[in-house]
Design a binder for this molecule. Structure first.
Ligand code: ATP
Length: 509
């Protein structure tokens, strides 16, 4: 076999510019048959743009691609799929009300008759250790199971190249193990895998090789198993960065308290909150873990005041705040940042200046007698951009033009910069690179050291180990017993989050 034939995908000089940024600058590398190849880079380095070119979502300005030895220039995703490229996105694109099989059929060019399709789904899912019931309604599935639907949908195409964009951010440690087994099996069968993640320890465990991008260029390649996570992170950033430091802290009075907080599910597939109780003291970081869809969003909405709570369930400084709206709660010192950054935390078409105003108008005095202080709003956005190293041409940029991680830095930075007394955040470093994640975590710890009370809801267990003093798990809208983080192991935490249950499910079939 010639070397050419062993390459599944080769990229030569791929380049793509957006106004003001060279997102991909002369990128060349190849992925071989059966190779699991990591694509690493800090936020805005150009990873998404590169895979969008491979998947036919974005046309390169220049450069060439070769797939299985043939010239490859997909004008649209359908063409990329037909040529053997499959992609599992960060955000699942499934319809809750439809069954697994119906969802899969929707994504297929020519779906076989339902019975044949159901049989194929069973076959593929069993072959790769991804048990799935084709008749189940997607709305009832866990995040891990939804991801299986997406993966099985890809595998039915028998792809030559599978692209995975941050696939583990919604999984328990046990589910991650199962996913890795599947990917290794696929690689053994010859599939090439391009794997994007900011979780460097996972890259070390899984990937054969890595290409590292910085500011649109390939700056290094490495063998992840032979490189430390810190070395990889430093190659991405091009410098060393400070590790998160936990200063000793004194805790004060209880500032935020939930007493039997309950709420019905917000919609057909939301999660009800069931009898949630916790207290949070000044100077303390309480971490709540859980697999996506176990009440995280609903809890944050209840704390934010997006949904009012009955009397007697939610207290700030001993005052019942259940009936207060979001702005009043903010004015009293309780700030929140929801998980979904585009649409919920930020308005996509609005500039960063306007997005800053959305939550900071009051605390920063940017509204005077009904008039907006635009220069002040711009300065606030600029301050957030510079302190949190948000990579963007400037505060006039629209939120949607930022890379995912950079928008996340802005949305969280906007809250931290207002110095609230109590801050509740959901997934504060979701999609954020290692250096920026360390900076955000450090900012949260510094706030606590200065006496703020912090509630961190996260699916990233390393993050919770790094910042939280105490830990509780959200499972089905209930909160487990809260334990000191120092007493818990990673495995124990995984089990508290329901990992044991998922393991059982996964071993059926
Ligand atoms: N539609 C767009 N319009 C303008 N600029 C864009 C657009 N999409 C991406 N960019 C810019 O291109 C650069 C590369 O972004 P890209 O999303 O590829 O980065 P990334 O490495 O995937 O980042 P992350 O890890 O944050 O997802 C960034 O500077 C980004 O702001």
């Amino acid at each position: 076999m010639t070397r050419q034939a062993e390459q599944v995908l080769s990229l030569e000089g791929l380049t793509k510019a957006y106004p003001g940024v060279l997102a991909c600058d002369d990128i060349s590398f190849s992925i071989g048959r059966g190779e699991i190849h990591a694509l690493l880079g800090e936020n805005g380095a150009g990873k998404s743009t590169l895979v969008k070119m491979i998947y036919g979502l974005v046309a390169p300005d220049s450069g060439r691609m070769t797939l299985e030895g043939r010239p490859f220039a997909p004008p649209e995703p359908r063409a990329a799929r037909a040529a053997g490229v499959a992609m599992v996105f960060q955000h699942f694109s499934l319809f809750d009300a439809l069954s697994v099989a119906e969802n899969i059929a929707l994504g297929m060019e020519e779906a076989p008759p339902p019975r044949r399709l159901a049989a194929r789904i069973r076959e593929v899912s069993e072959l790769y250790g991804l048990p799935l019931d084709p008749a189940r309604t997607v709305g009832t599935l866990s995040a891990g199971e939804r991801q299986r639907v997406e993966i099985v949908r890809c595998l039915l195409q028998e792809p030559r190249l599978l692209i995975m964009d941050e696939p583990t951010s919604v999984l328990t440690p046990q589910e991650v193990e199962i996913l890795f087994e599947t990917l290794r099996r696929l690689a053994q069968d010859g599939t090439a895998i391009l794997y994007i993640s900011h979780k460097l320890e996972e890259i070390r465990a899984l990937c054969d090789s890595a290409t590292i991008l910085r500011r649109g260029q390939v700056v290094a390649t490495c063998t992840p198993a032979e490189t430390t996570a810190r070395e990889m992170a430093e190659m991405m950033v091009g410098a060393s960065f400070a590790a998160v430091e936990r200063a000793p802290r004194a805790t004060g009075e209880v500032v935020l308290e939930a007493r039997g907080l309950s709420a019905p599910a917000p919609g057909a597939f939301g999660t009800p909150l069931r009898d949630i109780s916790f207290s949070l003291r000044a100077g303390e970081v309480l971490g709540l873990g859980g697999v996506a869809g176990n009440g995280q969003d609903e809890l944050l909405a209840a704390l934010a005041g997006e949904r009012p709570s009955p009397r007697g369930m939610l207290f700030l400084d001993g005052q019942d705040i259940g009936r207060l709206g979001p702005q009043t709660r903010r004015a009293q010192g309780l700030a929140t940042a929801p998980e979904e950054r585009l649409g919920h935390a930020a308005a996509p078409e609005m500039s960063l200046t306007e997005n800053g105003l959305l939550t900071a108008a009051q605390s920063r005095g940017l509204l005077r007698r009904g008039f907006i202080d635009w220069p002040g709003a711009r300065r606030f956005a600029e301050a957030v951009i510079s302190r949190f190293d948000v990579r963007t041409p400037g505060p006039q940029a629209a939120a949607r033009a930022l890379s995912g991680g950079n928008l996340q830095k802005f949305v969280i930075g906007r809250e931290i910069a207002q110095r609230p007394r109590v801050l509740a955040v959901n997934q504060p470093t979701w999609g954020v690179d290692a250096a920026a994640a360390a900076a955000i975590r450090q900012a949260l710890l510094d706030m606590a050291a200065q006496g703020a009370a912090i509630l961190v809801i996260s699916q990233d267990l390393d993050e919770l180990f790094e910042v939280a003093d105490r830990f509780g798990a959200l499972v089905g809208g209930r909160l487990s017993e809260i334990r000191p983080m120092a007493e818990l192991s990673l495995e124990r935490v995984g089990l508290m989050m329901g990992g044991a249950h998922d393991m059982e499910v996964a071993h059926v079939g």
